[in-house]
Design a protein around this ligand. Structure first.
Ligand SMILES: *[C@@H]1O[C@H](CO)[C@@H](O)[C@H](O)[C@H]1NC(C)=O
Ligand SMILES: *[C@@H]1O[C@H](CO)[C@@H](O)[C@H](O)[C@H]1NC(C)=O
Ligand SMILES: *[C@@H]1O[C@H](CO)[C@@H](O)[C@H](O)[C@H]1NC(C)=O
Ligand SMILES: *[C@@H]1O[C@H](CO)[C@@H](O)[C@H](O)[C@H]1NC(C)=O
Ligand SMILES: *[C@@H]1O[C@H](CO)[C@@H](O)[C@H](O)[C@H]1NC(C)=O
Ligand SMILES: *[C@@H]1O[C@H](CO)[C@@H](O)[C@H](O)[C@H]1NC(C)=O
Ligand SMILES: *[C@@H]1O[C@H](CO)[C@@H](O)[C@H](O)[C@H]1NC(C)=O
Ligand SMILES: *[C@@H]1O[C@H](CO)[C@@H](O)[C@H](O)[C@H]1NC(C)=O
Ligand SMILES: *[C@@H]1O[C@H](CO)[C@@H](O)[C@H](O)[C@H]1NC(C)=O
Length: 629
């Protein structure tokens, strides 16, 4: 093995054969040697620096080929995976050794044997998980050690016993677990004046995340917390569709956060053990790199009995956790759901032929976001559109069953914008621009095609109405919006009413405005918009008991004409209305007025003319006037 990998280096890097003058024996000519000569006590000193950076080395250099006067050896950015006992033996003058950014996973005991003068060692960004004190034999002069960027999450007690001159230590990793197992290091560093670099910060447990290790207090390093796993994965993680007779291995990997961690398998809640006659083999749990546990279940010769939920369970003294996936066993003659096309307000979905028992997914149709200004000033978050999907289940019998498009944005830009508006918090600051915007949107109400448009507007109108007490001017917007909504096509309104009582709720909002408008000093209201005329006079109960009359007038033309200026709806005098009785008077109603009760309740009685229209929300395309006289 050793000869073989060395051979690779030789073959791969054999160059022109011209030896570097400073390194006569070095056969790897992509390495650079430089030498400094200095006179010290009349003896000539040569200080050689060897740099073999980023030259695809698979192995360390044979020490006998490197001048024994080398003081700095730089092997960074290569593909070295193993440091053997004595890998650098003979380089007794070496002071700096840089091995960062390699693939080192194994460091044998005695790897740095003979490096008696070594002062700096950089092992950062490798794959070292197992560390032992014997790794550092002979490094009695080492003052700076960088172990950052490896895969360990903890360091074993007494690891640095041989490093008697150590002054600075880096050991930050992506899985560094600051718990009771590192308490010794904190105490050892303090009593030996070793500085733990400030880039060494905790990653786990979550409550210590980002804290510098050296600043922790001893009591913070505890092992009683809830179980946290730096790494825990089940492969495959997604549901698997397998045919009878197939073979499927399941592999589970979990961090070995402490020796109490164990892996188990469960199938539909029952612990799994090897069952040769059923073709289920549970392999022995293995510890890799001192920090990962792996366990494998091999399902050979699958039959329907293995269908269901498979779970990898971790138990430990700190708690348990699990990951699961589903196996669906397909009969070879399984039925299919046919291809199907669904068009709805979320777009056009073409469902492919799908096997029975399967949940099919389709990405939402790509939507280009409208540029509607947001009253809140906040832009929609584009990243939230990522990965949105619709799903549909094909049942066991091969029929399309439940489906869900809720994650998808509305296909119509108007619907999408209205939907976004419903997501913002309306307060007195943004209510006025929102009201304005809604008046503008609903001016196109005749072209609304989606029930959701009506429902969203209803929702927004209700929320605006709640603010009318604080901002009176909102009343005008609401009555304009309600008026505009009467232009929506009748069957859409009808559906919105059925689904969400949308019409009733809008009318209630209009009533509420009238109610509020009549309180306080205000004794008269008159709000006239295209399709709603709201007129009210306050009459003192003490001096009135009689008839109240309402006239509804349809303009002569019976053709639908939603343009506001085509109506007249300001008739106030009864005389004039009587004059108009002819063909245009649609309805004329009088009631006795009960003088008890608040003006507001009387008004709401009168708005019954509107309420009767709830059933189809729009007045019969004519003007409508409510009067209390
Ligand atoms: C270095 O090697 C030379 C021979 O190549 C030897 O004479 C010398 O003693 C060695 N020096 C050390 C410090 O090992
Ligand atoms: C080794 O080489 C790399 C890349 O050129 C450089 O970043 C690093 O500082 C060198 N190491 C030493 C100890 O000089
Ligand atoms: C390393 O190798 C040397 C020489 O072969 C041997 O004496 C020593 O015991 C080995 N060290 C370890 C820790 O295996
Ligand atoms: C130690 O290694 C880490 C990871 O490569 C690096 O971020 C850090 O700067 C190194 N520290 C020193 C002092 O070289
Ligand atoms: C960490 O230490 C370095 C020098 O060792 C210093 O430049 C840097 O400011 C320190 N960072 C923090 C956050 O203390
Ligand atoms: C963890 O699992 C073991 C074995 O299944 C069980 O005895 C123990 O009660 C569980 N602990 C917790 C905290 O759920
Ligand atoms: C209204 O909401 C916006 C953003 O949500 C906020 O900036 C503003 O201060 C709020 N105004 C009031 C009066 O609460
Ligand atoms: C008037 O209303 C009150 C309560 O609203 C009721 O008790 C009374 O019977 C009503 N009178 C008439 C004449 O309807
Ligand atoms: C108003 O309408 C409600 C139900 O729509 C009805 O019960 C009530 O009698 C009506 N009132 C008047 C004054 O028409």
């Amino acid at each position: 093995m050793r000869a073989l990998s060395l051979l690779c280096v030789v073959v791969g890097l054999w160059g022109s054969g011209l030896s570097n003058r400073n390194c006569p024996d070095l056969i790897v000519d992509s390495c650079h040697c430089s030498a400094e000569r200095s006179k010290e006590l009349s003896r000539q000193h040569v200080r050689v620096k060897v740099v073999c950076d980023d030259v695809d080395l698979m192995d360390t250099l044979q020490p006998s080929f490197v001048p024994n006067t080398t003081v700095s050896l730089n092997l960074s950015n290569n593909k070295i995976s193993l440091l053997r006992n004595g890998s650098f033996y003979g380089l007794a003058a070496l002071e700096k050794l840089d091995l960062k950014n390699n693939l080192i996973s194994t460091v044998e005991p005695g790897a740095f044997r003979g490096l008696l003068a070594l002062r700096r060692l950089d092992l950062s960004n490798n794959r070292i998980g197992c560390l032992s004190p014997e790794m550092f034999l002979d490094l009695g002069s080492l003052s700076k050690l960088n172990l950052s960027g490896n895969i360990f999450s903890t360091l074993t007690v007494g690891l640095f016993t041989h490093l008697v001159a150590l002054r600075v230590l880096h050991f930050h990793t992506e899985t560094l677990f600051c718990d009771c197992q590192l308490k010794w290091l904190l105490l050892w560093a303090r009593s030996n004046s070793v500085r733990i670099a400030n880039d060494t910060v905790c990653v786990f447990p979550t409550h210590l995340h980002g804290l510098e290790f050296r600043n922790l207090r001893e009591q913070q390093l505890r092992c009683d917390g809830p179980l946290e796993m730096p790494l825990f994965q089940l492969i495959p993680s997604q549901r698997q569709l397998v045919f009878r007779g197939d073979r499927l291995p399941l592999q589970c990997t979990a961090s070995y956060v402490d020796p109490s961690v164990e892996l188990w398998w469960r199938h539909n809640g029952h612990v799994v053990a090897t069952h040769e006659d059923r073709g289920v083999y549970v392999e022995e749990t293995l510890l890799h790199d001192c920090c990962l546990l792996t366990s494998e279940v091999i399902l050979s010769n699958i039959d329907v009995g293995i269908a269901g939920i498979w779970e990898c369970l971790v138990t430990s003294s700190r708690g348990n956790t699990s990951q699961q996936m589903e196996i669906v066993v397909l009969e070879t003659s399984a039925p299919y759901c046919p291809t199907d096309r669904v068009t709805n307000n979320k777009g056009d979905f073409r469902w492919p032929k799908t096997l029975a028992g399967i949940l099919a997914f389709l990405p939402c149709a790509p939507a280009t976001f409208g540029s509607a200004p947001h009253p809140s000033g906040s832009a929609p978050n584009p990243s939230s559109q990522r990965e949105k999907k619709a799903w549909r289940r094909c049942d066991r019998a091969g029929r399309w069953a439940e489906e869900d498009y809720t994650q998808c944005p509305y296909a119509s830009e108007l619907t999408r914008v209205l939907h976004e508006l419903t997501q913002i918090t309306i307060n007195t600051t943004n209510a006025q621009p929102l009201g304005q915007q809604l008046v503008a949107f609903t001016s196109r109400a005749a072209h609304f095609t989606d029930v959701m448009d009506v429902i969203f507007v209803t929702h927004l109108v209700e929320r605006l109405t709640r603010l009318v007490e604080k901002r009176r001017d909102l009343g005008d917007y609401i009555s304009d919006i309600a008026s505009n909504m009467m232009l929506v096509e009748e069957h859409i309104l009808w559906m919105a009413q059925n689904e969400a009582r949308a019409c009733t709720r809008i009318v209630q909002c209009v009533e509420r405005i009238a109610d509020l408008a009549l309180t306080g000093d205000n004794q008269v209201i008159s709000k006239v918009s295209a399709n709603i005329a709201l007129e009210a006079f306050l009459i003192h109960p003490s001096n009135f008991l009689g008839l109240s009359c309402t006239a509804l007038q349809r303009p002569p033309s019976s053709a639908p004409s939603p343009l506001p200026d085509s109506h007249s709806h300001t008739d106030k005098g009864m005389g004039r209305e009587r004059d108009a009785v002819g063909e245009s008077l649609l309805n004329f109603k009088c009631h006795t007025v009960n003088n008890s009760g608040s003006p507001a309740s009387q008004l709401s009685k009168m708005t019954n003319t509107t309420s009767t229209d709830e059933r189809h929300c729009a007045s019969a395309d004519g003007g409508e006037s409510a009067q209390l006289t």
